[in-house]
Design a protein around this ligand. Sequence first.
Ligand code: FPP
Length: 261
Amino acid sequence: MSKILEEYFRPGTEEHALLEQVDLARLPRHVAVIMDGNGRWAKSRGLSRVEGHAAGSESVHETVEAAARLGIEVLTLFAFSRENWKRPRQEVGRLWQLLKEFLKKEDKLLVENDLRLRIIGRRDGLPARVLRELERVETLTKNNRRMTVVVALNYGGRTELVDAARRILEDKRIRPRDLDEDVFARYLDTAGLPDPDLLIRTSGELRISNFLLWQVAYTEIWVTQVLWPDFRRRHLLQAVVEYQRRDRRFGDVKSRERGTA
Ligand code: FPP
């Protein structure tokens, strides 16, 4: 085990015991996360929902760091859905504020650690100041290679699919008979990224919630009861350990069952 990992996942702790169960040669390339439960976490402590989101930002920081240290290539975080606009104005305003603070505080960390930021979702609906800040950090980190942090903002899976279809129709180079799954995927917001291998959802809900509808076709889903503000590096490791126990067949039979039909 490398020294960097030993220092971060301290020997003698639960997270270290979990790390020892992880096969670092078979990590999920892309981990996506539905960060849920900020409101319930706050309510159970007599706090406001916005305080739940603020606590959730700490979990974002820890998860980004843990994923990068482990060697994951892409980490996608569902931060704001198209449906989230229905929330009270004050809560929505605070979420954008938190995102801006996060970018201001973490941009140096992204640069120093060779992390790239990429945004998916409808940019045209984002508050102008937030979009400027996001695009500044995207440009600043565009050549970074260690891990890509994808943040889904004003994102909805169906909207992404409709937008992709529209772009295809508008692209005069595409003839209907040339359209296949690979070509289609190039028109999605996630163009060029591998599909998620592992989707983590916190707070126990068993739903996809309009997240990455195309991309999760064969993704392994891991749901934890842990609320997002309580999510720590050990939970990421639990998810990876469980993922590595699964038998991913992509519609095929198990390799050892081949030829026995
Ligand atoms: C879901 O909890 C969480 C969100 C809608 C927002 C997630 C945002 C953050 C963690 C803030 C910072 C983000 C970044 C990228 C810095 P919920 O409010 O739906 O909780 P509930 O289901 O318990 O009500």
